[in-house]
Design a protein. Structure first.
Length: 117
């Protein structure tokens, strides 16, 4: 199973970006999907989560600006980021709980989001 993250880029403060995280591979089940981010010199932090049933949670720093969603048929999660701020600059990573034979956590590669002031 592979997770492919995409959608990062350079945007001005106040702008928007949408990240995608697509899961692919052999037969598997997708559980909770998450977006993390890591800024230079900082620890990786959880930004948003969505369960297979659609329940969501957000870090306080992004509430009201970011929206996580998923398309279970496409095995893809999205992170819509609006009103971006320079402090949102980071490498964004997706991860997911995946069951092939048993439940494990898989990580995608990072996608860089840079917000200029």
């Amino acid at each position: 199973v592979q997770l492919q993250a995409s959608g990062g880029g350079l945007v001005q403060a106040g702008g928007s970006l949408r990240l995608s995280c697509a899961a692919s591979g052999s037969t598997f089940s997708l559980g909770t999907m998450n977006w993390f981010r890591q800024a230079p010199g900082n620890q990786r932090e959880l930004v948003a989560s969505i369960t297979s049933g659609g329940s969501t949670n957000y870090a306080d720093s992004v509430k009201g600006r970011f929206t996580i969603s998923r398309d279970n048929a496409k095995k893809t999660a999205y992170l819509q980021m609006n009103n971006l701020k320079p402090e949102d600059t980071a490498v964004y990573y997706c991860n997911a709980n995946v069951r092939v034979v048993r439940w494990d956590t898989y990580w995608g590669q990072g996608t860089l989001v840079t917000v200029s002031s």
